[in-house]
Design a protein around this ligand. Sequence first.
Ligand SMILES: Cc1cc2nc3c(=O)[nH]c(=O)nc-3n(C[C@H](O)[C@H](O)[C@H](O)COP(=O)(O)OP(=O)(O)OC[C@H]3O[C@@H](n4cnc5c(N)ncnc54)[C@H](O)[C@@H]3O)c2cc1C
Length: 420
Amino acid sequence: MKRNLSYDVVVVGGGSAGIAAAIGASKTGAKTILIERNPYLGGQATHSNVAAYCGFFTNGENPEQIVGGVGNMVLEKLKELGQYDGYKLSTAGNAIVVLNPESTKFSLDEILAESEVDCLLHSQVIKVTKENGRIISLDCVDDEGQFTIEGKSFVDATGDANLAHLSEIETIFGDGKGNSQAATLMMRIDHVGKDVDFSPSSIKAAINAAKEGGIKYLTKETGIVIRKDLETDYVFAILPSINIDSLDAETLTSAEMNVRRQAQSYIKAFRKYLPGMENCTLVQTGPKLGIRESRRIIGEYTLTKEDVIQGMKSDDAIGRGAWPIEKHTNVNKMAEYMYMEDGDYYDIPIGVLKPRNSNNLWCGGRTISADSVAFASVRVMGIGFATGHAAGVSAAMTMDKDAYDVKEIQAELRRQGAII
Ligand SMILES: Cc1cc2nc3c(=O)[nH]c(=O)nc-3n(C[C@H](O)[C@H](O)[C@H](O)COP(=O)(O)OP(=O)(O)OC[C@H]3O[C@@H](n4cnc5c(N)ncnc54)[C@H](O)[C@@H]3O)c2cc1C
């Protein structure tokens, strides 16, 4: 393999945001590569078993789709493969797209194969080289050693703003005051009875009984369980949780082992105290601990709680969000929700994608600039497709210049089917 590559746009991170960014940049005419360290695409949807796309629809009685473009291409591919036939309502009553992680991996492979994007899996970016304030190349590592990718524009879709961090661009962790949302290990549980009551009160009763019965290491007193449909005898449970304040290997090693211990306890608790779960088995955790909130950039604009709740509208919009603010602050409690008006949405201005004091880096998905409350809405994957798509198009349209024209970017996004 050639060990020195050169592209117009280099997108790092193959989650929802990165896939949308890469396809968006490529459809704008840029020679584009997508770099992902995992052996498959999907980000947390596949690598943390986060088994539902949230954020594609408004809330209320008649959910309306507010994310189009590349996000919609993914829905269409899932439909073609018999994996999507419209939204379902979550236990909290929000419109979601329930996923099977294996079908999701395959759908994303297919979408990439049908595009002009080059993609490298098993490749981790470890170093950034800059010249006159611009990123000029990335050093990556695979099992053969190191290789370099030169680019004109770059997109950070790493979830944890790793590219911004390596570029020494200013980032914030959580709320910047030592608080961030809990990280949670997803559990895939098989041999689940058809009639199990997974309402939060039923789960709470089982967990309380287990705690009284002496089962240790249970954190959340109740949680969400996602079942694709009644034809399947497996579910995904969102329970073992922990707070982390760093992404160093020491912190993450300890956290991964802690939540795996919790997962074993939840299985014991369910087998004994949740009717219909007597034969349930833990088939898979993670694979990786799901991290809701870590680093993100400080952008030219920072999305605020008020913007979300009041359904802010902006002439600089590059996408829409409507997912409620869903904050998992306390590892022992269910998420707290704050809703905007039914059927409404907020505009996402282009400034949230562009770090202050950076020339040729754009950001999408979980890395964008938002206060910690607004972030609890805008972080979900449906919206990540929208911000990623906009980051990719913006990167492609600015690869030879520092300034951008939001009207031109909006026009290109609309041409590619984005809903603005
Ligand atoms: C427990 C839990 C439950 C959640 N539930 C939902 C839900 O039901 N629905 C929903 O829509 N959202 C949910 N979320 C939020 C959602 O999963 C994330 O916010 C979303 O995945 C962010 O998408 P992304 O594309 O920005 O990043 P990610 O999905 O994190 O993808 C980033 C990718 O970048 C790659 N990467 C990172 N660094 C490098 C590097 N240096 N080199 C190469 N590759 C790199 C990673 O391997 C990863 O694949 C949940 C999150 C958690 C933790």
